[in-house]
Design a protein around this ligand. Structure first.
Ligand code: URA
Length: 207
């Protein structure tokens, strides 16, 4: 297994600072669910906080809610979500074993990529989630999630296939399920990535 180590950056501090501001995840949800910091508040049906096991050691992070997620207020419940469920099942996890959320909590119109100012507005909620959840491993789905969180512009080819040590987390990047639906040829690499996640979890977390 290859490893590469990134230096801590200022978002480590952002996460630590966020920890004290909320009692728990419920409190964070209550304080964030009516967020109107950016234009996406005007077009959303529902704020999509994220869901799963609040004790989870693995947090799965996607890009932003799509139409179905916006309608239901839950992450990854559309076609991509069904594939994500299968990916997790293939390595012996269910949605109840992990916490699933997105970089952006409200759907961008027509599923366009989130804009820089929308990301800036929304990152404090994700930082607070990570501070409260205190996971060991982050599974980042797709280039937008990875480039945003890791604050780089690297290609998927550079990002995936290894464990990246970042801000105290072991980060694994793989293809977004929506990309796999468009390009089934990438499933093999995704399978390699999530098997690496499982074996890392077994070796270091669930010994
Ligand atoms: N795509 C994402 O990135 N997140 C979701 O919640 C659904 C689709």
């Amino acid at each position: 297994m290859q490893e590469s180590f990134f230096e801590e950056n200022s978002s480590a501090n952002a996460q630590k600072e966020s920890a004290g501001a909320f009692r728990d995840l419920n409190d964070l949800y209550e304080q964030s669910k009516n967020c109107r910091k950016c234009r996406l508040a005007d077009t959303r049906t529902n704020y999509v906080f994220g869901e799963g096991n609040s004790e989870a050691k693995i947090v799965v992070i996607g890009e932003a809610p799509g139409a179905e997620e916006d309608a239901q207020g839950r992450p990854f419940v559309g076609r991509s979500g069904k594939l994500l469920d299968k990916i997790l099942e293939a390595i012996g996890f269910s949605r109840d074993d992990v916490f699933i959320c997105n970089i952006i909590k409200c759907r961008p119109p027509a599923n366009r990529n989130p804009l820089a100012d929308e990301i800036t507005c929304c990152m404090p909620w994700l930082n607070a989630q990570l501070a409260l959840l205190d996971p060991a491993v982050l599974l980042l789905l797709g280039k937008v999630a990875a480039n945003t969180l890791l604050d780089n512009k690297q290609s998927m080819g550079n990002l995936r296939g290894k464990i990246i040590r970042w801000n105290g987390y072991d980060v694994i990047v793989t293809y977004h399920p929506a990309a796999l639906l468009r390009n089934p040829n990438w499933k093999r690499q995704c399978w390699d990535d999530v098997r690496m996640l499982r074996s890392h979890y077994d070796k270091t977390i669930h010994k």
